[in-house]
Every structure is written in C-alpha cells, then in structure tokens.
Design a protein around this ligand. Structure first.
Ligand code: FES
Length: 159
C-alpha cells in the first residue's frame, strides 16, 4: 500500500471525530494556503503520581483527508502524555505512521501540530489564526462568521 492509499484508509477509519463537551483545552487553526480548518479538543486527568496527562482528545475538520488522518493519529498519540510531552511531538512525528508525506501534504500535518500548540500553549502559538479558548461556537458557526484572518473555501476534500 502506498502513502496515498494509507492516508485514504486512515482518514476513512479515523477515530475521535467530533466535539467534546467540557474540554479543558481547545485549539482552532485555519490554513491560509488552502482554507482548511481544524479544531482539537483535549481533556486532562490526574494520574496517581500527580502528573496531569491527556485523558482524551477529539477533532473536527473541514480539511483534506491527510489532515483528518493525521488529526486522528494525533488524538490517539497524545493520550497519556503531559502537555509538554504532547507539544514535543512534531508534525513529522504525528504523521509518521502514514509514511513520508508528499511535499504538498506536509502543511496538512503542520496544521494538526499547530492546532495542538493552539490548544496546549496558546501564548506560544505562532499561527495567526489560532484560537485557544473553549468556544461556544462550533466549527461550522465559525466558518459562517469568519474573522477575516482565514481564507475559507468549501470544497470536496482532496486526498
Ligand atoms: Fe490543506 Fe490538507 S490541510 S490540503
């Protein structure tokens, strides 16, 4: 199976899709290049040893299959990690199970990394459209009330 087939399969069997009630952290980013948007919800729990680790994460995306596949992997990969451990994961780490991404798909994985940063370290987030506060707005609400910082195009998701 080549990388594109792997991405397609990972996107179609993606996990942890949808909004999460009572999340502790939410990060939303949009791509200036392609208009895709991604929101990540994170809930923490405290371990017996006092460490605050990620209990669960979910995502919602108006994006391509690659962004969906990487976001799904990320929500699984960050479970049980502290915020700093999760922030240490690069876009390459998050997309590694898919194989080497084609150059035009690298930004899709970076969008997931940026959403993670927007959720867990909003002050450090370099993404111009990062929104980190838990919001009453759903992603579709936000699409209908754009801030002007995000170029939004609704299309059939490409691979
Ligand atoms: Fe823009 Fe994948 S996130 S094409």
């Amino acid at each position: 199976m080549d990388t594109l087939q792997t991405i397609e399969q990972a996107a179609s069997s993606s996990k942890n899709r949808g909004e999460m009630a009572h999340a502790d952290a939410v990060g939303t980013v949009g791509s200036d290049n392609c208009g895709d948007m991604l929101r990540l919800w994170i809930k923490f729990k405290e371990e017996d040893d006092g460490r605050r680790v990620i209990d669960k994460a979910s995502f919602q995306s108006f994006g391509c299959q690659t962004a969906i596949a990487v976001a799904s992997l990320a929500t699984e990969m960050i479970r049980g990690k502290t915020a700093s451990e999760a922030l240490a994961l690069s876009s390459e780490d998050l997309a590694a199970p898919l194989g080497a991404l084609p150059p035009m798909k690298i930004h899709c994985a970076q969008l997931v990394e940026e959403a993670l940063e927007a959720a867990l370290s909003p002050r450090k987030s370099s993404h111009p459209s990062a929104i980190s506060k838990p919001s009453a707005l759903t992603l579709i609400d936000q699409l209908q009330a754009p801030t002007g910082k995000i170029n939004i195009r609704l299309t059939t998701p490409p691979l």
